[in-house]
Design a protein around this ligand. Structure first.
Ligand SMILES: *Cc1c(COP(=O)(O)O)cnc(C)c1O
Length: 460
């Protein structure tokens, strides 16, 4: 039985029109886009679930903040407001705004990694992995085994496999490990949360071997929500208390503020107490991003970010937000459509391998479902599977991902219940004709982060 949809804890003050093209037009458009959903024009999309990044609706308070943004080149008021907010929520001493998450990676990682070194994560997000590899280092994922079975419902499928982590450290030698990254929530594993206990255990291992522990914090608020729901010790804690606790175990964090922080652009890098490292961060920021008090952002964006960081820890909002995705998941349960379950924080990751057992990983089942969703209902999604993972940098061979997901990423405060019903209906329709869906092959690809730009064609 489908669960109840939690009503929006806001009312709509401004609208943006969207339209549905005809099926014939959609078939034509996706072909013109070389079967890459990133190449579609936004206006040709009816429901855009490509990403929850930068697609959030800002609040009246944030829009008011846009007018208050201080555009001083150095030392603007908005910068100080952001620094105070970050210190208050996370308890870290040194705060550096940057223009988005990958900018934080670009600024920080070359200070900790180089050729011959290794970075280990519960799971690297694609740009995070790319920035590890751009330094010449190797990136290794170390998520718990239960994350790899989409039908297995466990409370914290984003966790690090701590035993395996320690084994890897000993295998490579502790001096080779440049950093450990905890991605919360674990995006690539399906927006699955990490428990506070797992953070504690990972931090004990990192301290033992003297390895910096970096939190990739894009969805820290959704993670705190899941901790409150699922980790007994924290059921009476506030989301801010949980956040404080989680971040107390890290040494630094990088954050794409385009996710939980409810902005359209922005990022953060913060360091708990290492003043020397922060000095180096400031140097790189000035070279790559801009002066340290704006870090590649307008003052107005910094102001909206400071406000968004506070709004996103509201319990009523997070109950609704995560509830939307659980609602969609419950309809899929009723119709036998598998997804990374339980439902994640920022989207539903549909198990395309289960829907298309006849399409092998090297013909990209996740991408095939993304294309079908566009043809079926003008819904734009993306592959989180072998197509996204790309080729092995050493051998040049296609890597096989642990999952073949199609991600329905849900923008925050944007779509309503009727849109979710359309998503469910489209998936059910595709499931009913699944055996006729074909795989895809790549006809052109760039050397890194290929899924954003590659061209594809259907396999005959
Ligand atoms: C989005 C994201 C990033 C990269 O952030 P951008 O703002 O897109 O550059 C890094 N890590 C995680 C977990 C993300 O979700």
């Amino acid at each position: 039985m489908a669960i109840k949809y939690i009503p929006e804890p806001f009312r709509i003050k401004m609208v943006e029109r969207i339209k549905m093209l005809t099926r014939e037009e959609r078939i034509e458009r996706i072909k013109e886009a070389k079967y890459n959903t990133f190449n579609l024009k936004g206006e040709d999309v009816y429901i855009d679930l490509l990403t929850d990044s930068g697609t959030n609706a800002m609040s009246d308070e944030q829009w008011a903040g846009i007018m208050r943004g201080d555009e001083a080149y150095a030392g603007g008021k908005s910068y100080y407001k952001l620094v105070d907010t970050v210190k208050d929520i996370f308890g870290y001493e040194y705060v550096q705004p940057v223009h988005q998450g990958r900018a934080a990676e670009k600024v920080l990682f070359p200070l900790l990694l180089e050729k011959g070194k290794v970075g280990i994560s519960n799971m690297f997000f694609d740009t995070t992995r790319a920035h590890v590899e751009l330094t010449g280092a190797k990136a290794i994922d170390c998520v718990v085994e239960e994350a790899k079975d989409p039908t297995h419902r466990a409370p914290f499928k984003g966790n690090m496999d701590v035993e395996k982590l320690e084994k890897l450290i000993n295998e490579y030698g502790k001096e080779k490990i440049g950093l450990v990254v905890m991605t919360i929530t674990n995006n690539s594993a399906g927006g699955q949360p990490v428990s506070v206990q797992n953070m504690r255990d990972v931090s004990v291992v990192c301290k033992k071997y003297n390895i910096p522990l970096v939190i990739d914090a894009a969805r820290f608020a959704e993670n705190a929500h899941f901790v409150k729901q699922r980790e007994e010790e924290f059921k009476n804690s506030t989301l801010k208390e949980i956040t404080r606790e989680i971040f107390s175990y890290g040494d630094m964090f990088i954050m794409s503020a385009k996710k939980d922080a409810l902005t359209n652009m922005g990022g953060l890098l913060a360091i708990k107490e290492d003043a020397e490292l922060f000095q180096l961060v400031k140097g790189n920021t000035i070279s790559f991003e801009g002066f340290i008090t704006y870090g590649g952002l307008s003052g107005r964006d910094i102001e909206a970010l400071a406000i968004g960081l506070q709004e996103c820890l509201d319990e009523g909002y997070l109950n609704y937000r995560v509830g939307q995705i659980e609602y969609l998941g419950s309809i899929l349960d009723d119709n036998g459509i598998a997804y990374q379950s339980p439902a994640g924080g920022h989207g539903l990751f549909v198990d395309a391998k289960a829907m298309f057992p006849h399409i092998p990983y090297y013909e990209f089942p996740g991408q095939a479902l993304a294309i079908e969703l566009y043809i079926e209902a003008g819904i734009r999604t993306c592959d989180i599977g072998s197509y996204m993972l790309g080729n092995d940098p050493e051998t040049g061979k296609q890597r096989q991902a642990d999952f073949e997901f199609t991600r329905l990423a849900i923008a925050r405060r944007v779509y309503t219940q009727a849109h979710f019903d359309i998503m469910a209906e489209a998936l059910i329709a595709i499931k009913n004709r699944a055996k006729d869906v074909k795989g895809y092959r790549i006809t052109w690809e760039p050397p890194v982060l290929r899924h954003f730009q590659a061209h594809l064609e259907p396999v005959k």
